[in-house]
Design a protein around this ligand. Structure first.
Ligand code: PEP
Length: 252
């Protein structure tokens, strides 16, 4: 059975003291309320990873990086490799977030290299895909998402692919306060699952966790997560407040 997952993408927010406080607060809420049916992931900046790993109960919370290098090691000033991330105690890494695609011009081929490095280092990639508003308005949303999957993931072996989590994040919904309706999100999630079944098989498709991201919050998470093909969320802004994040975690 596929996992229910709620992952908090802190982006470039919190200094290390604030990050530890936030992680400990999420940890406390989860422990006190015995939440065990959802995989909870915190994704702080690189600088915080080691401390956040130490601050939470790793049986209840997993820690993720927000990006990794496409190269394994060497003269790449400022880069952080999958192996380095793994050595902090992280288990996941977000790859292909729309902010990386837009501001850092990361394309599907580069992202595919990152996915492979992550998998080689035993990290679970949370691979982000999604269309921009113009593409949706022009009716190209399915085509765009299909290409992102084909170029970014579909050269993985069946075994490799079974370790990937996918986040559908319509770019027009990220950080805008405009959320995809549950039906819009479900429609795309069902389409993604169909593509996975066609490329691999029905079993893999059934077992792949598909997360929704884009202005998901404590008020709308329940409606989104109740959709048949939505297995949780990748949460930006609302993951920076422990209480809100906790409400989302318990929205299944
Ligand atoms: C994100 O950054 O992945 C995201 C979904 O952000 P927000 O929830 O703030 O829209």
């Amino acid at each position: 059975m596929r996992k229910k997952i709620v992952a908090g993408n802190w982006k470039m927010n919190t200094d290390i003291r604030e990050g530890i406080t936030l992680a400990k607060e999420v940890n406390r809420l989860i422990a006190e309320n015995h939440v065990s049916y959802t995989t909870v992931i915190l994704s702080p900046p690189f600088t915080h990873l080691t401390e956040i790993v130490k601050s939470v109960n790793l049986n209840r919370i997993s820690v993720s990086a927000q990006n990794c290098s496409s190269e394994p090691k060497g003269a790449f000033t400022g880069e952080v490799s999958a192996n380095m991330i793994k050595s902090t105690g992280c288990t996941h890494v977000i790859i292909g977030h729309s902010e990386r695609r837009t501001y850092f011009k990361e394309d599907n081929f580069l992202l595919n290299k990152k996915v492979k490095h992550a998998l080689q280092n035993d990290l679970i990639p949370i691979f982000c895909i999604g269309e921009i508003l113009k593409e949706r308005e022009e009716g190209k949303l399915f085509e765009v998402v299909k290409t992102q999957l084909e170029e970014g993931l579909f050269n993985l072996s069946r075994e490799e692919f079974s370790n990937v989590v996918i986040a559908y994040e319509p770019v027009w919904a990220i950080g805008t306060g405009i959320t995809a309706t549950p039906l819009q999100a479900q429609e795309m999630h069902a389409y993604i699952r169909k593509l996975i079944a066609e490329k691999y098989d029905a079993e893999i498709a059934e077992n792949t966790s598909l997360l929704y991201g884009g202005s998901c919050n404590a008020g709308n998470a329940k409606d989104l997560f109740s959709q048949a093909d939505i297995d949780g969320g990748l949460i930006g802004g609302a993951s920076l407040k422990a209480d809100d994040f906790y409400k989302i975690i318990t929205s299944f």
